[in-house]
Design a protein around this ligand. Structure first.
Ligand code: ZN
Length: 323
């Protein structure tokens, strides 16, 4: 494989926009970078397993194995597979999205990229959001607070009453010192034991201590391989934000973000992907280097097959939280 020619600033990611612009000024440079992120230990031919021979880069982003002549697409199986737009434009979109503190809107992206269509920008953002969180990977560990909150719609926030028009979002937050560590969020159809146990199993590592309030939906979590700590909020006399401060911090940030950045205008069937974007940023909030965020998104984008356009427009098919 040809050596990527700019292994400098940060650690193999650009540190500034000037560097970004300089590194990725051709399609070949973008392909090289994708290959480098995709095969960090060097390209291995999927056909003959050969890793010593340098493949030649053909037009249309194909590697040709010099030994067995197998052609491999550098972008197949990545987010960029089958795109008709230049990779450079995709890279710019990723830089733009990761450099906005509160996330990018489709209109903002359309303007920044000079895209002809708002819909294209909207689809791109959704494709990128799908690369932001890898379900089932990196589960929360240690002591973890778990609670639910309600997003959008009208009606009361009381569990199980008048909340039909709102989406229910389950939140998990690691306890790290006085603040939260990493978080996970997901739309859940209801606050039943089935839904809540499912969330805990999918997002928290077994063996962890799950800290919840006394809601009966959390009963039995200890039988699934977790330690369960229950704080009965109403009996304690202390408000919930004192007893479970981390999930309540996340819920209020989510509320502010939902109303501020998106003016509450997210269809509930798409909410999961916005939650993924929120989570991606939140879990990397201590990283001040925008180049590193760009690099993390690239790592996940090369390991993430593209989703058909129709599925993106429809949102999560099995979401019960429609409204
Ligand atoms: Zn080969």
């Amino acid at each position: 494989m040809e050596e990527f020619k700019h292994p400098i600033s940060g650690t193999d990611y650009p540190g500034t926009f000037q560097e970004f612009d300089d590194w990725f000024n051709t399609e070949t440079a973008c392909l090289d970078f994708i290959a480098k992120v995709r095969w960090p230990d060097g390209y291995v031919c999927p056909s003959c397993g050969c890793k010593t021979t340098k493949p030649s880069l053909m037009s249309r982003g194909l590697y040709l194995c010099r030994k067995c002549k197998r052609q491999t697409s550098i972008t197949a199986g990545t987010l960029f597979h089958g795109t008709h737009k230049p990779l450079r434009t995709w890279f710019f979109a990723m830089w733009f999205v990761t450099s906005q503190k509160h996330g990018a809107s489709a209109l903002g992206l359309q303007r920044a990229l000079g895209l002809g269509s708002y819909n294209t920008a909207w689809i791109w953002l959704h494709k990128l959001r799908r690369a932001m969180v890898r379900p089932g990977r990196d589960k929360l560990t240690g002591v973890t607070e778990v609670d639910e909150t309600y997003v959008g719609g009208v009606g009361s926030n009381v569990r199980g009453r008048g909340a039909e028009r709102k989406s229910i979002v389950a939140i998990g937050a690691e306890v790290r010192g006085r603040g939260p560590g990493r978080i996970r969020m997901a739309v859940i159809p209801d606050v039943s034991a089935v839904s809540l146990h499912d969330f805990v199993l999918n997002h928290v590592e077994q063996g962890a201590e799950v800290h919840t309030d006394g809601w009966r939906g959390y009963n039995g979590v200890e039988k699934l391989g977790f330690r369960h700590r229950v704080t009965n909020i109403s009996a304690s006399g202390d408000p919930a934000h004192v007893l479970m401060p981390r999930v309540h911090l996340i819920a209020s940030l989510l509320d502010r973000w939902w109303l501020g950045v998106h003016q509450g205008a997210i269809r509930s069937s798409h909410l999961d992907y916005y939650l993924d974007e929120f989570t991606f940023r939140f879990n990397r909030r201590s990283s001040r280097k925008r180049g590193l965020l760009f690099y993390r998104l690239m790592e996940q984008a090369v390991d993430c097959a593209p989703v058909p356009r129709q599925l993106i427009i429809g949102g999560r098919q099995n979401s019960a939280a429609t409204g």
